[in-house]
Write a protein that binds this ligand. Structure first.
Ligand SMILES: Nc1nc2c(ncn2[C@@H]2O[C@H](COP(=O)(O)OP(=O)(O)O)[C@@H](O)[C@H]2O)c(=O)[nH]1
Ligand SMILES: [Mg+2]
Length: 454
């Protein structure tokens, strides 16, 4: 059987007890299968109009499998652009399995992960960027991540990539045309025009690259690390932000040995909040390993909340520590303001220094606002599509080829043939982002991450 023209089936809803479960079927045999296993009053399913639904029963070898609603989609008006049906049965594993079994017995085969979306891509209904957006939307852990995924699904990112692609391809065509001229016949204005347009193309690619920071924050969540010396209130802060007693808090310095990471959503942004072992010299092997982990978390952090105990005299070690963190990525929180003040305020004009007390939870909304403001500086206010790690690698390689072409054309004499070949290479790479150019490995890589039934 041709894997692209056979008929696939899968349960599209999550397993377990639920009000309804949906079994999805797509491919040329969808409607004949419906006629074989579905009984209803009046017109058989295959004779009914597209985008209609009908109540009836799914029959199996052993009798009635379930009472269901059947939805009919005729090609090309379906998710995959193929003939498709969706069977809405009662949720719960037994009824759902019985329906799927009937569909498979009637001639469908079990779908692979993401195969419905893969068919939507192969039929040209969506491009690869939109297919990836489907997965991003399912996996979104915050409002903003979901909004960015929807923007990508609507084709916003495809348009940006398309614009860069069209710009390079038309410039490449102009450049190819100059290959017919001999070197001394070549009008210099022609090449200057090509170089100028390549520079515009580079800018376009750079704009795309600039969305990566935000894309990374939205997809993975911002890494916010709580750091500082032992006993300053780091674990108290983690617990207060989470609203649960996640980390052990004691008056004894050195309580937290390992890094603790928890997910939290602040202002629609997902945050990976990390509590760390307090920084100090120690002979204890376990605490030492904890401190090594703290340093590694600090290196990767998108934001560091550096805590100081305001009831103690200021330790110059704190100032040294803070200086190792880039100013835009740090907030200094002087804690325990409810106690008599001993610490003179760290005078670091390039950093935000904020006085708080974690004794009551009153300052927590304020700390949340600070976190959200600091992270949001990486995020634009308007919803827009953002690139992922896969796209970033491709855009970087494309940019390298385009810059190389531009450099070759500015050589004396201009190396037009080599430049043209760089541009051809750049188009090939850029095409992999949208799926204009694809190979099985690339598709397997992307669609294997989907769930079955999507
Ligand atoms: N008075 C006062 N005590 C605090 C405050 N924040 C934390 N503590 C106390 O400081 C001690 C150390 O807190 P902990 O969160 O374990 O500090 P860590 O070692 O930095 O994780 C505990 O006894 C906390 O109850 C605060 O704002 N005011
Ligand atoms: Mg602690």
């Amino acid at each position: 059987m041709n894997p692209d023209t056979d008929t696939i089936a899968a349960v599209a809803t999550a397993p377990g007890e639920s009000a309804i479960a949906i079994i999805r079927v797509s491919g040329p045999a969808s409607l004949p299968i419906a006629d074989r296993i579905f009984s209803c009053e009046g017109t058989p399913a295959s004779q009914r109009a597209s985008n209609s639904f009908v109540h009836g029963r799914i029959l199996s070898k052993d009798g009635v499998a379930d009472e269901v609603i059947l939805l009919i989609y005729r090609a090309p008006h379906s998710y995959t652009r193929e003939d498709s049906i969706e069977i809405q049965g009662h949720g719960g594993s037994i009824a759902t399995k019985r329906i799927l079994r009937s569909v498979l017995d009637a001639g469908a085969r079990p779908a692979e992960p993401g195969e419905f979306t893969k068919r939507a891509f192969l039929s040209g209904r969506i491009d690869l960027l939109q297919a990836e957006a489907v997965l991003d939307l399912i996996r979104a852990r915050s409002d903003r991540a979901a909004t960015a995924a929807l923007e990508q699904l609507s084709g916003r990112l495809s348009d940006s990539f398309g614009k860069a692609y069209d710009e390079i391809i038309s410039t490449a065509a102009d450049l190819e045309a100059t290959l017919d001229f001999s070197e001394d016949e070549l009008p210099p204005t022609l090449l200057n025009g090509v170089v100028r347009r390549l520079q515009q193309g580079e800018q376009h690619l750079q704009d795309l690259l600039d969305t990566w920071d935000e894309g990374h924050l939205l997809r993975e969540g911002a890494l916010v690390v709580i750091s500082g010396k032992p006993n300053v209130g780091k674990s108290t802060l983690l617990n207060a932000l989470l609203g649960i007693d996640r980390a052990i808090v004691t008056p004894m310095p050195g309580t937290t040995r390992d890094t603790i990471e928890e997910l939290l959503v602040i202002d629609g942004l997902s945050v990976r909040l990390v509590d760390t072992a307090g920084l100090r010299d120690t002979d204890c092997e376990i605490e030492g390993e904890g401190i090594r982990r703290t340093r590694s978390a600090l290196e990767k952090a998108d934001l560091v909340l550096y805590l100081i105990d305001g009831s103690q005299t200021l330790d110059p070690v704190d100032i040294e520590q803070i200086k190792t963190i880039p100013p835009e990525k740090s907030v200094i929180l002087v804690n325990k303001s409810d106690l008599p003040k001993k610490a003179n305020t760290p005078s670091m004009t390039d950093r935000s220094v904020i006085f708080i007390s974690l004794r009551s939870g009153d300052d927590i909304p304020f700390v949340k606002r600070i976190i959200s403001e600091k992270i949001s500086t990486h995020c634009m206010a308007q919803p827009h599509a953002v690139i992922s790690e896969r796209h970033r690698t491709l855009v970087l390689s494309t940019l390298k080829e385009v810059s190389e072409a531009s450099r070759l054309l500015q050589n004396d004499p201009p190396e037009t043939a080599l430049a043209a070949s760089s541009l051809r290479a750049s188009l090939e790479i850029l095409g992999e982002a949208t799926g204009r150019v694809y190979h099985d490995e690339l598709l397997n890589n992307i669609f294997s991450r989907f769930c079955i039934g999507k």
